[in-house]
Design a protein around this ligand. Structure first.
Ligand code: AHQ
Length: 242
């Protein structure tokens, strides 16, 4: 059977990338329970403690891409992602804002930074993502950030549901989600233009879909590990938890 080698148009390729949304972790049982207000305080805290390992690894992941990228114009823009998380002299970064989220959830800064609660499956998934960024061609690592195509919706969902379902979380802690909506859209603009530029043949385009699925699996398996570590207790009702 002859395999179709015809490259997708830019629109078709973009649509094919967007269609992978069905595998995004917004549909993971843990996230569905979060949206429905079914998570206990321990489960929310476990999620915040574990996601922190992902957050603090983003700057090294992005620096790995920079170190592999020979294109000065790409580097100038990609650099912003590191500042977004690490902050700079004039503004705190996402890592600081995540510390605020943790404190708003009743987690001490010492406990957060100790990383004692980071479970093996989360560490493994995040380390795999950083390893990929260090060893894959820079444009493949750039392509893997395109799960952020779907991120604004998940950030908005938390902003919409946490105040009602998790009133014990100080609302000021939600600032991270607010900040990321605009930044995710800006990130995706560059990530998509790099992907459309560097993945031209049909085979390369199929490779881009494969890369996106690798990263979708990173995010999905993180939630698998968190769900296992912070299981639903049969007799536990979320509303009795705080
Ligand atoms: O807060 C997130 C973030 O800063 C990033 C950067 C980007 C990347 O480089 O892979 N991905 C990402 C994501 C963030 N938040 C996640 C969430 O669920 O809050 C989603 C995640 C992503 O969609 O890849």
């Amino acid at each position: 059977m002859k395999i179709d080698e015809t490259p997708w148009t830019r629109e078709e390729f973009t649509q094919k990338l967007r269609m992978e949304e069905k595998k995004y972790h917004i549909f993971h049982p843990f996230h569905l329970a979060m949206r429905e207000g079914k998570l206990s305080k321990a489960q929310i805290q476990g999620w915040v403690l574990n996601r922190f390992y992902y957050q603090i690894n983003l700057p090294c992941k992005d620096a790995a891409i920079l170190s592999n990228c020979p294109d000065r114009m790409v580097r100038r823009k990609w650099l912003q992602r590191i500042l977004d998380q690490d902050g700079d002299a004039s503004s705190e970064g996402g890592i600081d804002t995540w510390v605020h989220l943790a404190k708003a959830c009743g987690i001490s800064e010492e406990n957060l930074w100790s990383l004692h609660s980071v479970v093996p499956g989360v560490k493994f998934a995040v380390d795999a993502y950083v390893h990929f960024a260090r060893t894959a061609p820079w444009y493949e690592a750039a392509c893997s950030s395109l799960t952020e195509l779907f991120a604004p919706k998940i950030h908005q969902q938390r902003l919409d549901t946490w105040p009602e379902h998790y009133p014990w979380v100080d609302p000021s802690g939600l600032q991270y989600f607010r900040d990321r909506i605009k930044k995710a859209n800006r990130d995706v603009e560059q990530g998509l233009s790099i992907t459309l530029q560097y993945f031209k043949t049909r085979q390369q385009q199929e490779r881009a879909i494969e890369i996106l699925n690798f990263k979708l699996n990173v995010l999905w398996s993180m939630l698998d590990a968190v769900s296992l570590a912070y299981p639903f207790k049969m007799d536990e009702h979320a509303h009795e938890q705080h």
